[in-house]
Design a protein around this ligand. Sequence first.
Ligand SMILES: N[C@@H](CCC(=O)N[C@@H](CS)C(=O)NCC(=O)O)C(=O)O
Length: 200
Amino acid sequence: MSAYRLYGDSRSGNCLKAKWTLDYLEQRYEWTEISVLEGETRTPEFLALNPAGQVPLLITKDGGALAQSNAILLFLAESHGGGLVPRDSFARAKVYEWLFWEQYSHEPFIAVRRFLKFYLKKPDSEIDPKLLERGLAALSRMEVQLAGAKWIAGDAFSVADISLVAYTRAAHEGGFDLNAFPAVKAWVDSVEKRLAIGSR
Ligand SMILES: N[C@@H](CCC(=O)N[C@@H](CS)C(=O)NCC(=O)O)C(=O)O
């Protein structure tokens, strides 16, 4: 059976979370580097694969093309076991809760501020102050949760941890100081160990 192919930009947390899930589940895959900054998501060839013009994009073993990082994580976790998605329907819904929250209330602020500051080198004066405010609110929400739970969705390590660690571990590059969030910081260490990825 052929391997997966993952199109991704190795600077992107959305892409790395898909890669880490493949690694964690010990799946064979080939990585194709696509540079967002160089416009490679907007070439006719790439748009033919993903009309949304975004990475990550997973090509399944059957040749299906799947976009949206958290959909990719769920597909892999449900296809290959590994305990990354709980069997109990309420526990599973709590994992979905955090995955949806990540895309709506975390990534749009923390990842976007990091992109503007770290990659586009924008000075703070040119960055919408709402990104800092809403990013800090997201980290505060995680701090409350992780002060009372080992993993983000409760007792078990799940795709929600993989999803949320991607931009949380890189938050300092967006000007967010994780020292103000000790439970989040300790959780980042635990997830990095679990995924066997070095700290940033
Ligand atoms: N919600 C999507 C976001 C994907 C996304 O924004 N990808 C960025 C890189 S992190 C991208 O490909 N941007 C290129 C573009 O929009 O042209 C996901 O979770 O996969």
